[in-house]
Ligand binder design. Structure first.
Ligand SMILES: Cc1ncc(COP(=O)(O)O)c(C=O)c1O
Length: 352
């Protein structure tokens, strides 16, 4: 602990205080459990904010990172990366709609890529004026300037200067408002299958999503899904959209995709991605270390988690907040301090 003599306030750490951190540190994890520096054990309901889908210290994840780091940690995207090509192929095949994947480092970056991809599609189709993207109140798409504008939440935008242009936000679930918002400069509709960060958990109605798809088709728009939070098995399927019967043109992924290793991706059909040619987009690190978990390791992960409470039990545990959503998408409703409440909920006193 250090004191900032000049500033006149106490600095408890040199990490920029953008998070209201809980005064609790962890030393290690084992599956669904975390062990604090003071030896206390906590059942981890936060999963690192929907990131650690395979739990902590999963042997396959640890091995994949260690092996790749010892072999080759970076060659840049100027050369072929066979593991990356393999993961792209498998993600596209699993999605059932995509032909291409672009790897990056986070959800916001995946969303930025998805937005660029949608705009570029219209530009190369001879309609560069079609740049506007319809989004929904309560959305969350990340903390970069463009993704903040897409999310449209005042509390996150305040004080950061001009809001990036090109997003038209309409009330959640309001089809008439979507229709009114569509104009000659509209490029796409962007939506999360389940909103989880905008002050509640809102599952998009399947019929509403089908109608959005129809609107996209009749108006030449692209449907972009943000599956950063819902993707990679968090709703009981690899992605949330198959539950809805609707297929997107572009989809953003991150969080659980790397199992804790920072990684994001956007997937696109060949048609929607046609503008993303050499030099149009890039990332130094995107997808350099690939954790290509197959079905066997998923099964191993399940065994690794034996003893973890079932979803129904987890629903029964929260004392102060409720859990809603689709199957395994465990998102707690409106915690004032999300992390604090989740840990509070998760703390298993029998094991302290
Ligand atoms: C739906 C959604 N999209 C995008 C993001 C941004 O992801 P990241 O924090 O990895 O940039 C998040 C993060 O919580 C999210 O929940």
């Amino acid at each position: 602990m250090r004191k900032a003599a000049k500033a006149g306030h106490i600095v408890t750490s040199h990490l920029l205080p953008t998070f209201a951190r809980v005064d609790l540190g962890f030393e290690r994890g084992e599956g669904a459990w975390l062990v604090a520096t003071n030896g206390e054990r906590y059942l981890d309901f936060t999963s690192g904010v929907a990131v650690n889908a395979l739990g902590h210290a999963h042997p396959h994840v640890a091995q994949a990172i260690a092996e790749q780091a010892a072999k080759l940690i970076h060659v840049s995207n100027l050369f072929r990366i066979p593991e990356g090509e393999r993961l792209a192929e498998r993600l596209c095949a699993a999605s059932g709609f995509a032909e291409y994947a672009f790897f990056c480092n986070s959800g916001a970056e995946a969303m930025e890529g998805a937005i660029k991809c949608a705009r570029k599609y219209h530009a190369v189709n001879g309609a560069p004026e079609r740049v506007r993207i319809i989004t929904f109140e309560g959305a969350f798409h990340g903390r970069t300037l463009a993704t903040l504008a897409a999310g449209g939440q005042k509390k996150y935008l305040e004080g950061f200067g001009p809001v990036v242009e090109g997003f038209d936000q309409v009330p959640f679930g309001d089809l008439a408002a979507v229709k009114r918002a569509i104009g000659p400069t509209t490029a796409a509709i962007l939506i999360e299958p389940i909103q989880g960060e905008g002050g509640g958990v809102h599952v998009v109605d399947n019929q509403f999503l089908r109608e959005l798809r129809e609107l996209c088709d009749t108006n030449g728009l692209l449907l972009v899904l943000d599956e950063v939070q819902t993707g990679m098995g968090r709703t009981g399927d690899l992605f949330a959209f198959p539950h809805t019967g609707v297929t997107p043109d572009i989809m953003a992924l991150a969080k659980a995709l790397g199992g804790g290793f920072p990684m994001g991706a956007f997937l696109t059909t060949a048609a929607a991605g046609k503008g993303m040619t050499a030099g149009t987009h890039g990332s130094c690190f995107g997808g350099m270390v690939v954790l290509d978990l197959d079905r066997h390791s998923a099964a191993r992960a399940e065994r690794h988690h034996q003893g973890e409470p079932r979803h129904e039990e987890a629903r029964a545990r929260p004392r102060r907040k409720t859990a809603r959503g689709r199957t395994l998408a465990m998102i707690f409703d409106k915690p004032s301090t999300r992390t604090r409440v989740s840990f509070d909920v998760a703390k298993d006193r029998n094991n302290v």
